[in-house]
Design a protein around this ligand. Structure first.
Ligand SMILES: CC(C)(COP(=O)(O)OP(=O)(O)OC[C@H]1O[C@@H](n2cnc3c(N)ncnc32)[C@H](O)[C@@H]1OP(=O)(O)O)[C@@H](O)C(=O)NCCC(=O)NCCS
Length: 170
């Protein structure tokens, strides 16, 4: 896959569910801000959630583990070729709260973008909830631009979301 800070990013699967659950719990403030709660099956939803007409073959959930037994430091999930061939959509980027504001998110995104470009991605999309201005600022700093505004309905809450895009020109 690719590396961040000299450590390999791994593709997460069913065996990572306990670690992912603990990580999502540590990130409860974000989960509550966006979804209204940490659902008991949040880890499974991150691993298996898909946009319409896509299969798990096109989904990658990347995790960066800390050395030793500290667990996950960061997570990024993406679906390739959605909503059209060449365009990939990032579902979630999460950095452990104790490791934020140290450039880790920026380094993970840069390494991921380079890998995705090598896999044929031409553009990256994502959404940011209006109540999360820090994330908007983060993505703008990584070169993503707001392309529109729409409504997102989750089981517990409705969010106004900003659609963002970055062309991956080489
Ligand atoms: C958004 C998120 C992924 C950013 O991850 P991060 O590792 O903190 O990102 P960075 O450290 O690269 O950048 C964050 C801030 O830290 C600052 N920073 C980076 N290195 C720094 C350092 N060494 N010292 C002080 N500040 C630093 C950056 O300039 C940036 O500041 P700004 O937002 O005021 O412009 C993280 O905050 C997070 O997981 N949030 C919850 C989930 C979320 O909102 N995800 C995005 C939507 S899907």
């Amino acid at each position: 896959m690719f590396q961040v800070d000299g450590r390999s990013v791994v593709k997460l699967g069913a065996e990572d569910v306990p670690g992912l659950r603990a990580f999502v719990e540590r990130c409860h403030a974000f989960m509550t801000l966006v979804y209204g709660a940490v659902e008991p099956d949040s880890a499974e939803q991150i691993l298996e959630g898909l946009p319409p007409d896509k299969t798990l073959e096109d989904k990658f959930v990347f995790g960066l583990y800390a050395e030793g037994t500290q667990g996950l430091l960061a997570l990024l999930d993406v679906v390739r070729d959605f909503p059209e061939p060449g365009e990939w959509i990032i579902g979630m980027l999460l950095v452990d709260p104790d490791h934020r504001r140290a450039g880790l998110g920026a380094r993970l995104v840069a390494a991921f973008e380079q890998w995705a470009r090598g896999q044929g991605a031409e553009g990256l999309r994502l959404v940011v909830q209006e109540q999360n201005p820090e994330a908007l600022r983060f993505w703008q700093r990584q070169g993503y631009e707001v392309t529109g505004l729409t409504l997102q309905e989750t089981p517990r809450r409705k969010n106004i979301i900003q659609l963002m895009h970055k062309p991956l020109t080489s």
